[in-house]
Ligand binder design. Structure first.
Ligand code: GLN
Length: 494
């Protein structure tokens, strides 16, 4: 049996014990068994990946080895443009849209020899925490199909968890990689803002959006990240300097690492007891493994959620102005141009997107701009300063990834606020532009995965991955989802 990791599959490809075609068969077989229940994909390019796998095998046989992703099936969240393959962002307004170009991450994946399995489901325009806001039906959590996979990269997280891809790319504006990774029991990382090009990523909130990997292991996350990161002249906010290889500090353990614990992060109550106890268990384990625990304070992160829900909608109201029925996407005819635009947007956008556009337009409107948007920007600055102060005393800060494990479908759809609090622990890193990762560390009393978050200062991915790998080893979590080959997913019973 091929180890289900990018690194493991890479080894077996090179020692000749498997082929890329076999990896693809494995992925397709799994999809035929579970995809009808999980609905991780909006597009699964079965023919395309078989063809690409044959080419990858041939290339490897003739000594043309393109590196760690060569011949490995990787899924893409459907808000990254793929030339010739439908890209919807989970929205009716883009249904049927076939982009004429590849996002930078997509061309980099192709150049690295990766096989693009298809496009994964997401909350419409990446707005949500459960993937229930997709215009094309929800994704379900492979650990228990009555539960949500998290969001907005729920399709990517579920595809990796259910082994319908060896790894996936997601995007994270306020937690959309880390929260679904946490709920689906996989690794998910949001790199430093600017580390990965946003060219071809359908914009939600441009000052917060970042693309990053979802994988089974921490090592895999470094491989996938390094394949897509680095400066891109097509993205003005792309980091111009050289990036340190993400895996540079793997294997160094925790000896002497200063781990910050902020009791006031997010200012939340309502963390589930099982999440709290698994967090405490890992932190104690880290100390036992030689880490030095440091109490730090991040009081302004308590206002992070409020600041985020002004900044992100403000930016989205501007970004989504381009969906007007004129150049591409849905058009609903009207009596005048304005009527056409308003009908197109009314029909094309779902309720959450509409809510955000209205909220953002209001927060930016004359007379309220300073009170809302301006104030939120000041909170953002405070959070940055507090992180800077904390990092004078520690190398990383840790927290749970999400206050709860996977909740039931439909549980939070009627109450937007209850959905928004999923991101209290993840939003601070987006506001600060810092890298952050979720590592699966255990399960709760209902056999649902629990994630552990490691945050680091800007461009310190190598330290973050060093600590994340040590946490992964301490936790000894088995990422294999409960699965019965005869009956498919078993609804959470291991
Ligand atoms: N859940 C958050 C939101 O709905 C984060 C989404 C994201 O990171 N794309 O805005």
């Amino acid at each position: 049996m091929t180890p289900f990791s990018i690194a493991g599959a890479g080894r077996t490809l090179r020692d000749g014990s498997t082929t890329s075609v076999e990896l693809v068969e494995q992925v397709l077989e799994r999809s035929s068994m579970v995809e009808a229940q999980v609905h991780a994909y909006l597009t699964l390019d079965s023919e395309g990946i078989v063809r690409a796998a044959r080419e990858a095998d041939q290339a490897l046989a003739t000594g043309n080895d393109r590196g760690p992703l060569h011949g490995i099936p990787i899924a893409l969240k459907d808000n990254m443009t793929t030339r010739g393959m439908e890209t919807t962002a989970g929205s009716r307004i883009l249904a049927g849209y076939i982009p004429p170009y590849d996002a930078t991450v997509v061309s980099r994946l192709r150049a690295a020899g990766a096989l693009i399995t298809g496009k994964t489901n997401l909350d419409e325009f990446a707005m949500g925490s459960s993937t229930e806001n997709s215009a094309f039906g929800p994704t379900r959590n492979p650990w228990n199909t009555d539960r949500v996979p998290g969001g907005s990269s729920g399709g990517s997280a579920a595809a990796v968890a259910a082994r319908m891809a060896f790894g996936a790319l997601g995007s994270d504006t306020g937690g959309s990689i880390r929260q679904p990774a946490s709920l689906c029991g996989v690794v998910g990382c949001k790199p430093t803002y600017g580390a990965v090009s946003r060219y071809g990523l359908i914009a939600f909130a441009s000052s917060l959006d970042q693309i990053g990997p979802l994988t089974h292991t921490v090592e895999d996350a470094t491989l996938l990240l390094d394949a897509v990161s680095g400066h891109d002249p097509l993205d003005a906010t792309s980091y111009p300097g050289a990036l340190v290889p993400s895996g540079e500090r793997l294997g160094r353990g925790l000896e002497g690492v200063r781990v910050g614990v902020a009791a006031d992060i997010g200012g939340v109550e309502g963390v589930e007891p099982d999440v709290e106890s698994s967090f405490a268990r890992i932190v104690a384990g880290m100390e036992g493994a030689g880490a030095k625990l440091v109490d730090v304070s991040l009081p302004s992160t308590a206002e992070g959620l409020s600041a985020y829900y002004l900044i992100a909608p403000a930016e989205c109201s501007a970004n989504l102005a381009r969906f007007d029925g004129v150049r591409y996407g849905l058009r609903v005819e009207g009596t005048t141009t304005e009527d056409m635009m308003s009908r197109t947007r009314a029909e094309g956008f779902g309720p959450e997107v509409t809510r955000r556009v209205l909220l953002g337009t209001f927060a930016l409107s004359a007379g309220y701009h300073e009170a809302f948007y301006g104030q939120a920007q000041r909170v953002r600055t405070l959070i940055l300063r507090e992180f800077a102060r904390a990092y004078e005393q520690c190398d990383v800060v840790v927290s749970p990834t999400s206050p709860t494990t996977a909740f039931a479908l439909g549980d939070r759809t009627d109450d937007p606020l209850s959905m928004y609090v999923s991101d209290v622990f993840t939003i601070p890193s987006n506001l600060a532009g810092h890298p952050s990762i979720s590592v699966p560390v255990g399960t709760d009393r209902n056999h649902l995965p629990i994630g552990f978050q490691v945050m680091a200062p800007a461009l310190e991915e190598a330290v973050m991955f060093q600590v994340a790998e040590a946490v992964e080893a301490l936790a000894g979590f088995d990422t294999t989802v409960p699965f019965d080959p005869e009956f498919g997913l078993r609804g959470g019973v291991r």
